[in-house]
Write a protein that binds this ligand. Structure first.
Ligand code: HEM
Length: 448
């Protein structure tokens, strides 16, 4: 390695000054004369240097996205920090973007704020995503997803949930934790073959972690935009929260149950998602087939099934409770329908579903108006894409706005009102408008 000779030492301050001048010039240029990729969709408002549109989104984020749709149109560009992102609104344009251009819009952007997030299914890509998704669907189906066998298991949990609510004896209570544990128990019974008591501190601490992870995963949270923040000492701007919670659930829950399942495999322990996955992994390995199934992926998959399945379903149930409290006449009508068709001696089951159009309509209206995934998970362009004449560069995150579809004024009459009848035709039969997409659509829609 060469070093500077004494005669050359004047070079050091000259180089340092030059670097400083170049740095400051670059900063001034990017502040006053920023350059953006050519022909991108319009900005609804001018981005600030370095922080982009984040200040506009500090408050009333959902309303802001819809306000911008009105002023700018169905497609617009934003900068989250220095990252260009595209927002797509309205059912028609979403279909054009995600179905017509599916080949270029079927990946997920990287999530460097969390270790190993590219494994599992939610933020995986390519063959790994395909194989993990297909094995998850086939195992969940073997456990009765969408069939009477799983519905019976759900009913058992619902009975415990209802008994617990009844025991509250009408006292005002926050039932959100109880609801989350109950929902999660159904997923747990499939995945690890066990349910937890509603007051179990071990399990409640995981649900608390889930909540923190969901909150920290907002696309506009600082660590999502500047992932390097998590290497600063301390927990600056909550930058480590997501990864800390992620690792806690992976180690204390997923690893623990994978280990337990492995120990119990030769005993008469019940079949679970874990044992089915491990068996398939070993079968493929024995046959010498190339596979992405691995214990490392399995732990991520378990976490993501819990995370994606618990918060979404529990929030929907909480919306249902809120809407029923606000609209007692609708609650009564639904109750009357169930009493008449099912009777009062047993729980409704999956076979009753087609005979309960009004109750189905109430659930669909809850999903529509609750619009729980207001801005859906992003997709990422794998090459340059043209949408509505605009050019979206490769490796850009594209966010579908679910609010713009589920609460669209052009699609739904009085979209902000709770009106289950909108899902019934003049004969009282259930109808499902094309724009009813609470689970999104395309290749990433939830596992079914
Ligand atoms: C009311 C309940 C639910 C709602 C509203 C919901 C909604 C969604 C939405 C909007 C997406 C993103 C789709 C996209 O990117 O276009 C998604 C993905 C996903 N959901 Fe759900 N979900 C629900 C329940 C569940 C449950 C119970 C599970 C599993 C136990 C689950 C597992 C998943 C998984 C694994 C993905 C990622 C799929 C992929 O990337 O291939 N979800 N969900």
């Amino acid at each position: 390695m060469s070093t500077l000779k004494t005669d050359d030492q004047w070079l050091v301050p000259v180089l340092a000054c030059s670097a400083a001048v170049i740095g400051v010039t670059y900063l001034i240029k990017s502040i006053f004369w920023p350059s953006y990729p050519a022909n991108i969709p319009p900005f609804p408002e001018k981005p600030y240097p370095i922080i982009g549109h984040l200040p506009y989104l500090a408050k009333r984020q959902r309303e802001k996205f819809q306000e911008w749709r009105k002023t700018t149109g169905d497609i617009y560009s934003l900068y989250f920090g220095s990252n260009l992102v595209i927002i797509i609104n309205g059912y028609k344009l979403m279909k054009e973007a995600f179905v017509k251009n599916a080949d270029l819009l079927s990946s997920r952007p990287p999530r460097p704020e969390v270790d190993d997030s590219h494994l599992g299914v939610t933020f995986a890509n390519g063959p790994l995503w395909k194989e993990q998704r297909s094995i998850s669907i086939s195992i969940l189906k073997s456990f009765g997803m969408g069939k009477a066998s799983l519905a019976n298991k759900i009913n058992e949990e619902v009975s415990v949930y209802l008994d617990t609510l009844t025991a509250l004896d009408g006292k005002p209570s926050d039932v959100s934790v109880l609801t989350s544990v109950s929902i999660s128990n159904i997923i747990c019974s499939i995945i690890v073959g066990k349910r937890f008591d509603y007051g179990d501190p071990f399990f409640i601490s995981f649900l608390d972690c889930f909540k923190k992870m969901v909150r920290a995963a907002e696309a506009t949270s600082p660590v999502m935009i500047w992932p390097w923040l998590r290497f600063i000492p301390g927990n600056f701007l909550n930058s480590k929260t997501r990864n800390i919670c992620f690792q806690k659930v992976l180690t204390d829950f997923c690893d623990r149950f994978i280990e337990l399942s492995e120990k119990q495999r030769n005993e008469d322990a019940p079949e679970t998602f874990i044992t089915s996955y491990l068996r398939e992994m070993e079968r493929l390995q024995k046959q010498g087939k190339e596979t992405t199934l691995s214990k490392k992926s399995l732990r991520l998959l378990l976490l993501q099934l819990f995370l994606n399945g618990t918060d979404t379903t529990a929030t929907t149930v909480m919306w249902f409770i809120a809407f029923m409290l606000q609209h007692p006449h609708i609650q009564k009508k639904m109750h009357d329908e169930i009493s008449e068709i099912v009777g009062r001696d047993r729980m409704p089951d999956i076979q009753d579903r087609p005979k309960l159009p009004f109750s189905n309509a109430v659930i669909m209206e809850t999903q529509r108006l609750g619009s729980i995934a207001a801005i859906n998970m992003p997709r990422c362009t794998s090459g340059e894409v043209t949408i509505q004449g605009y050019t979206i560069p490769a490796n850009t995150s594209v966010f579908p706005s679910m609010d713009s579809v589920l609460l669209d004024e052009d699609t739904w009459e009085e979209p902000h009102k709770f009106k289950p009848e909108r899902f019934l035709d003049s004969n009282g039969h259930l109808t499902k408008p094309e724009a009813f997409i609470p689970f999104s659509f395309g290749e990433f829609s939830p596992l079914e």
